[in-house]
Design a protein around this ligand. Structure first.
Ligand SMILES: Cc1cc2nc3c(=O)[nH]c(=O)nc-3n(C[C@H](O)[C@H](O)[C@H](O)COP(=O)(O)O)c2cc1C
Length: 158
């Protein structure tokens, strides 16, 4: 028994999530970033997280090559940042607010959280690859997250 893609979207779209932008650098020092909601915590000891990236995205190869990446958890005012990094552009970083880490990875400014991760493992996940990262450095601030539910952005009102 299996489900249709419509049933998959209708069901999984009802799971509310935050929104992240995952960034890295490829072997030619070209910067990559894409919007990802498939992010979750895996383990506290050691501190592991996972992200899922569709194999057909332009930056998938960069995350396969990279030894490290950054998870930037977006703050509620950063809907435009999410839309920007969800678009197909050769250079997604010109005009964006970011700085480079010690390892030369792009860290987006004004986010709720920035997690610098070392790639620990990757696994086949159907049309996605599951990347597991070990958190090396965490920066966080007060504020509220941008959330995504039923194909739309939302803000937490409480
Ligand atoms: C809210 C939102 C969540 C997304 N979540 C994911 C995700 O979890 N994994 C993924 O591979 N793409 C996700 N995408 C789609 C990518 O951001 C999009 O395909 C992007 O253009 C890929 O960029 P690239 O082709 O330059 O690598 C999401 C898009 C949006 C707007």
């Amino acid at each position: 028994m299996s489900i249709t893609s419509e049933e998959f979207r209708a069901s999984l779209g009802r799971f509310a999530s935050g929104v992240t932008v995952i960034t890295t650098k490829d072997s030619n020092a070209h910067l990559h970033g894409l919007t990802v909601s498939a992010f979750c915590s895996v383990s506290m000891n050691p501190p592991l997280i996972l992200i899922c990236i569709q194999k057909t995205t332009g930056s998938h190869h960069a995350f396969e090559q990279a030894k490290c990446f950054v998870v930037n958890i977006l703050e509620e005012s950063q809907q435009d940042v999410s839309n920007h990094f969800a678009s197909h552009l050769d250079d997604k970083f010109t005009g964006q607010n970011y700085h480079l880490s010690e390892h030369g990875l792009p860290i987006l400014d004004n986010c709720l959280v920035n997690l610098e991760c070392n790639l620990k493992n990757s696994y086949d996940g159907g049309d996605h690859t599951i990347f597991v990262g070990e958190i090396e450095n965490a920066k966080f601030s007060d504020g509220k997250p941008l959330t995504y539910f039923h194909g739309k952005y939302h803000k937490i009102n409480d």
